[in-house]
Write a protein that binds this ligand. Structure first.
Ligand code: PMP
Length: 405
């Protein structure tokens, strides 16, 4: 028996539209931040009355909260398929997780990264080799192989997104992991846009590190994850220095050996971690239904867009390349900002416009235009939302055609 599609809260919130009146919000901006799952709301509501200090409190509620926090870590560990001895560090978000990885990578590490990455995975590295956008998944693997082979002596790290936040296209993570291993390199995967849609098992894939954010996974803002091999995390200076990271402080400081505590100084975001873990559980229980729900909506959206002659979908690879529910596009004769504003003000539709914190990639995909519109589908999306977007775009493109005629 298939699980029902997990429900989000706040669906159908009425939003004002031009000319007076309200319509139920069509949230097509899941790729930026997803609405909260009911299961997450319940988990946080359950935790609110009893939460207390973690790790150093002797009181009963402190013990319960510490237990819940550490259980959340274990839930995340199994969600990403991390090995028992791997580290699972709670961070603020994916950006923070990638910066933590940059901090712990040994001095002299060369990072190989494609220019198609989100800035969170493109910018934190001290020394990087940037590869141009590959023309196919196979070319991505070949280019990574070449670049890793030519890296200077020293530690090497390949950083790659699992699912693009611009095109939704899935990257060949398993093959890239194989290439990394063959070249004695490690691989870190930015799974911010993958995990809301598809499962990941880093042990099965041969991936060394994975990073993602709770707020794209149907939990609130402020909690993310870096999970993976513990050795670099154990050897590096704490990312944040302070209580929790220090085992004993006198004239000199001895840092906590456990990689999690070492890099989570200060009081952690316990509710954020519990919320994120609740989302992991709810999604793990319903993977098939989540995928089926989104694939149907994605097909509906893409085939509708293909019928609008002035709408151009952004994609790096073939039309049939596997992808998650993210579609970016431009509308001939329209500035992306105006499209997004009109969709919001006249139709109650929320999308994102711009370059999606992936400037080199969007510049590569857009010929002349400097920004695009992005629709991000997810569990809060219905067929009506998709149809409303298609109807709105048909009306917009008609306006342009009429003006031109
Ligand atoms: N990587 C990808 C692929 C993303 O889509 C995003 C968010 N747009 C990030 C990293 C950064 O996530 P956060 O803002 O939560 O740090």
């Amino acid at each position: 028996v298939r699980c029902p599609v997990p429900r989000v809260i706040g669906e159908d919130v009425p939003v004002p539209v031009r000319g007076g009146g309200h319509v139920p919000y069509a949230n097509l901006d899941h790729a930026a931040s997803a609405p909260c799952l009911e299961a997450v709301h319940e988990a946080v509501t359950r935790a609110l009355p009893y939460y207390s200090s973690v790790h150093r409190g002797a009181g009963h509620l402190s013990q319960l909260t510490t237990e819940a926090y550490e259980e959340a870590r274990e839930t995340v560990r199994s969600f990403v398929g991390a090995w028992r001895r791997s580290a699972v560090v709670f961070t603020r978000n994916t950006t923070d997780a990638m910066n933590l990885l940059a901090h712990v990578a040994p001095a002299g590490t060369t990072v190989v990264v494609f220019e198609t990455e989100h800035h969170a995975s493109l910018l934190p590295w001290r020394r990087s080799v940037r590869l141009p956008a590959p023309a196919s998944a196979a070319e991505a693997v070949a280019a990574a192989d070449r670049a890793l082979r030519e890296c200077p002596i020293g530690p090497r790290l390949l950083v790659v997104t699992a699912a693009s936040n611009v095109t939704g296209e899935l990257w060949p993570v398993e093959e890239l992991a194989r290439v990394a291993r063959r070249n004695g390199a490690r691989i870190a995967v930015d799974a911010a846009q993958l995990v809301p849609h598809r499962p990941i098992d880093i042990t099965a894939l041969g991936v060394d590190y994975v990073a993602f954010s709770g707020h794209k996974l149907y939990a609130p803002f402020g909690a993310g994850v870096l999970a993976g091999r513990a050795d670099w995390l154990r050897a590096a200076d704490p990312y944040l220095k302070g209580g929790g990271a220090s085992a004993s402080v006198g004239r000199t400081t001895r840092w906590t050996a456990a990689p999690e505590q070492r890099h989570e100084a200060g009081s952690p975001n316990v509710l954020g971690a519990l919320a994120l873990a609740a989302a992991c559980e709810a999604l793990s229980d319903a993977r098939d239904t989540v995928a089926a729900h989104e694939e149907a909506l994605l097909r509906r959206l893409r085939s509708g867009l293909a019928e609008l002659p002035s709408v151009r979908e952004l994609r790096l690879w073939g039309d049939d390349a596997p992808r998650v529910g993210i579609v970016s596009f431009t509308v001939d004769g329209w500035n992306a900002g105006d499209v997004a504003r009109t969709l919001s003000e006249e139709y109650g539709i929320g999308v994102r416009d711009g370059r999606f914190c992936a400037h080199p990639f969007v510049r590569h995909l857009l010929d002349g235009n400097d920004s695009a519109v992005r629709a991000g589908l997810g569990l809060g999306t219905s067929e009506e939302h998709v149809d409303r977007l298609l109807h709105a775009l048909a009306e917009l493109t008609c306006t342009v055609a009429r003006a031109a005629g």
